[in-house]
Design a protein around this ligand. Structure first.
Ligand code: FUC
Length: 786
């Protein structure tokens, strides 16, 4: 072979390889050339599903802060009278409130709700803790690793997070000695694994610090154990660290582990608590046995094997979806600089792809079967009194955190949330009975780890019985995307049905013969109403999903008949005086309101009662509302708006909102109006840090490329002009299909729909005509060139 042709062949192979392994070659890495000083905005998150840790990367002393999802203050063990916030017999005041509302006596109705339908924390007891017996998610503590590195100038410093493999790294050199650290969460072993290497022997001092009470501390067989308890409820927990070293010695004195002259140190880190997600006691896990087993199962395995096991487990999920968009710039700049450049020059989509895959990274790192559901901060919390208790908010936040799960082929990661939903049914039934004398279950705005399902302890923010219906949408979606009818039958449908019973009982007839939700408040915006639109849309969505589920399961009974009757009688979305979609039954929307919650657009996203194809007038009204609310907001509000505009098929506007979401933010204080964006570690800034915006943004990017909520697989429904050429692989749709799409010059070039052989469906390209398709005997359907 002539040298030239060999070169051509090599180039060809290289190009082919680049294309095939696009994901592999993509620089999916966050990196920085300075250590993190600040936890919220700079430290890098890793996790094994159960535990979330933040890595700082200081050469002189590594700092690993961590939390385990089940560690909470509050609950029944903090107060023997804890009762899920319930006010007994509250329902006796309901007819009076309804009468007031019918008469138009809104003020009187509102004060009676504030008095009677408010959740009760602490049951009269005095608590010093901010959230009383409601509790807060807790940090477990901090591990500090002092490194006696050589004195001298630190060179070639790099702190990074490789999200292709889910490994955080720190590298630096001092006077010819190289120091390398690696950190990852191994889900199969339920361990965190930290590795410190140096080209010359190094000594270390390691200590654990926690804000909780000490029960017992000891050190045997190179294993340190700290058994502690949360002060207010005595919840037991243990942090266990096992040390493996190459050369050198290990010793222990007064809470400090000394490692002398080691070439390499591996720390296996286990953490567990006595919490059990089970009504009514929420306790009973043998956490010490779990830790012993987890450490023992890994102690004899080499560091490289633990790493290989982790990479195989992680990539099995992560590699299912690939996204390439032309213009992905290679990261010759540190991530914080890229973020700054992105927002000012707005000429690189590389960071958008990184942001998208980072959301999937965070989902895999924070939510795996058998782990606790992610909370407002996923699994990353460094506080004992976190913002909003780092709890489970049902009026947008928790749902948004799980929006990308099914869409981006991470169904398994959805499971902890689905289990959490199930755990709320029993306490939610008690709350439903005492507050409203209704059947079924409900939750309100804030939920904790201990079945708190009552309204919050302040009204109007705390009053939102719509939460359970909205949560239930996730159960239906899990079925719809996976087509797992056993799950639908045994898990989803019973819970959905109970949520529907609440609405069947709660809705009342107005003078025009419509069913309305009364009393109601639109989440955190405006006053009491004779029908907040979001409630109606949620109830409609829930009943509609119950009807679809019953059809799949072949159920035709009194409940399904009633469900249809009620669904069709619910007050429909209304268009108001200035062309807006009405937030309430009353036409009182303020055209100047910029409020972050746009609850009445639930029907557009994540619901499907409104669409550009089936209800164009309502879609136009939604547009009027969105234009009035503007393009700024808190982090999650921006994330929601990306999805709204994508559903309205306006790709450029959706992209503009994505750009606003990627606005660099430095503030850590709570801001309730504007100020949302992204921190230097690419975590979403409400501010402060909340994971919802990361996930909402990623879900929105999917909506721009692929939608399926109307029963049609819509390819490239909201492609922005700047995404001229690209390729996405492995996205999922309702009906259980998997879709790959490639496009160039803004037009589809190739798409593949995969699924069960011979399965039929409908598709459209860029909002064009709908066409039928049938998968072949291999379960494939290909669309070539548009
Ligand atoms: C809702 C929002 C707030 C915040 C909180 C956690 O109450 O209105 O903006 O995100 O949840």
């Amino acid at each position: 072979m002539k040298p030239l042709s060999r070169l051509t062949l090599l180039t060809f192979i290289l190009l082919l390889n680049l294309q095939i392994n696009g994901q592999e070659k993509q620089p999916l890495e966050l990196w920085y050339n300075t250590p993190a000083v600040d936890w919220m905005t700079e430290a890098l998150p890793i996790g094994n599903g159960y535990i979330g840790a933040m890595i700082f990367g200081d050469p002189a002393e590594e700092h690993i802060q961590f939390s385990e999802g089940t560690l909470w203050s509050g609950g029944p063990d903090s107060n023997p009278d804890y009762n899920f916030g319930i006010q007994k017999n509250a329902y006796k005041n309901l007819p009076k409130v309804r009468d007031f509302l019918k008469e138009g006596a809104y003020k009187k109705a509102d004060s009676l709700v504030k008095k009677s339908f408010v959740g009760k924390i602490n049951n009269g007891k005095k608590y010093t803790a901010e959230f009383g017996d409601y509790g807060s998610q807790q940090t477990m503590g901090d591990i500090f690793v002092k490194v006696a590195h050589k004195k001298g100038e630190i060179t070639n410093y790099k702190r990074s997070l490789d999200i292709n493999k889910a490994i955080a790294k720190v590298h630096f050199e001092v006077d010819g000695t190289t120091y390398n650290r690696e950190f990852f969460g191994n889900y199969p072993k339920n361990l965190m694994v930290y590795n410190f290497k140096s080209s010359k022997k190094t000594s270390y001092e390691i200590r654990f610090k926690t804000p909780h009470a000490l029960v017992k501390e000891n050190f045997t067989n190179n294993t340190y154990s700290f058994q502690g308890k949360v002060p207010d409820n005595g919840m037991g927990f243990e942090t266990k660290l096992h040390f493996k070293i190459t050369e050198g010695t290990v010793s222990y004195k007064n809470g400090i582990i000394y490692i002398k002259d080691a070439k390499e140190v591996t720390i296996l880190h286990a953490a567990a608590t006595s919490f059990l997600l089970k009504y009514p006691n929420y306790s009973g896990t043998d956490y010490k046995a779990i830790n012993t087993k987890n450490i023992e199962s890994a102690a004899l395995i080499s560091y490289n094997d633990l790493k290989a096991e982790h990479i195989a487990d992680y990539t099995n999920l992560f590699d299912r979806v690939q996204l390439n968009i032309e213009g992905n710039s290679f990261p010759e700049l540190p991530t914080d600089k890229r973020l700054e450049n992105y927002y000012t020059s707005q000429n690189t989509v590389g960071i958008e792809v990184l942001y998208f895959q980072y959301a999937r990274y965070l989902m895999i790192s924070g939510s795996r079967p058998k782990t606790m559901s992610m909370h407002l901060q996923g699994k990353w919390n460094n506080s004992t009194s976190a913002p909003w208790a780092a709890d489970y908010h049902s009026n947008i936040n928790l749902q948004m955190i799980y929006w990308p799960a099914e869409l981006t082929n991470l169904s398994e990661c959805h499971v902890p949330f689905l289990n959490y939903i199930e755990s709320l049914v029993e306490p939610g039934k008690l709350a439903s009975k005492e507050f409203f004398d209704t059947r079924g279950w409900m939750v309100n705005t804030m939920c904790n780890a201990f079945g708190y399902t009552s309204p919050g302890w302040g009204i109007p923010w705390g009053f939102f019985p719509g939460g359970a219906g909205w949560f239930s949408q996730h159960l239906w979606d899990h079925y719809d995307f996976t087509q797992d009818s056993e799950f639908l039958k045994s898990k989803a449908y019973p819970v959905m049905k109970e949520a529907a019973l609440f609405w069947i009982d709660y809705l009342t007839l107005d003078n025009q013969g419509n069913l309305v939700s009364t009393p109601s408040y639109s989440p955190e915006h405006g006053g009491i109403s004779n029908g907040a639109s979001m409630d109606h849309q949620i109830a409609w969505d829930l009943l509609n999903n119950c009807i679809k589920a019953a059809k799949v399961l072949n159920i035709d009974d009194d409940f399904t008949k009633k469900a249809k009757e009620v669904r069709d009688a619910i007050l429909k979305p209304k268009i108001g005086s200035w062309g807006q979609l009405q937030e309430w039954n009353e036409d009182v929307d303020d055209p100047n309101s910029k409020h972050r919650h746009i609850s009445h657009l639930f029907a557009l996203y994540p619901g499907n009662q409104i669409s550009t194809t089936n209800t164009p007038k309502l879609a136009d009204a939604a547009k009027v509302t969105l234009n009035a609310r503007g393009d700024s907001g808190t982090g999650w509000s921006l994330g929601w708006k990306v999805n709204f505009w994508a559903r309205l098929k306006d790709g450029n506007r959706a992209h503009k909102l994505l750009q606003n979401l990627l606005n660099p933010v430095y503030s850590k204080e709570i801001r309730m109006a504007n100020g949302g964006g992204t921190y230097q570690n690419l975590l979403c800034a409400h501010p402060p840090f909340q994971l919802d915006g990361n996930m909402g943004g990623a879900a929105g990017m999917v909506e721009m490329l692929l939608q399926s909520q109307t029963g049609t697989i819509e390819l490239l429904p909201a492609l922005p002009d700047t995404w001229k050429q690209g390729e996405v692989k492995g996205l999922k749709t309702r009906g259980g299909f998997e879709v790959d799409i490639a496009w160039g010059k803004g037009k589809l070039t190739k798409a593949t729909i995969k699924g069960t052989p011979n399965k039929k469906g409908i598709y459209s390209i860029k909002n064009g005509k709908t066409k039928k398709f049938k998968l072949n005997s291999k379960g494939l359907f290909e669309i070539l060139k548009y």
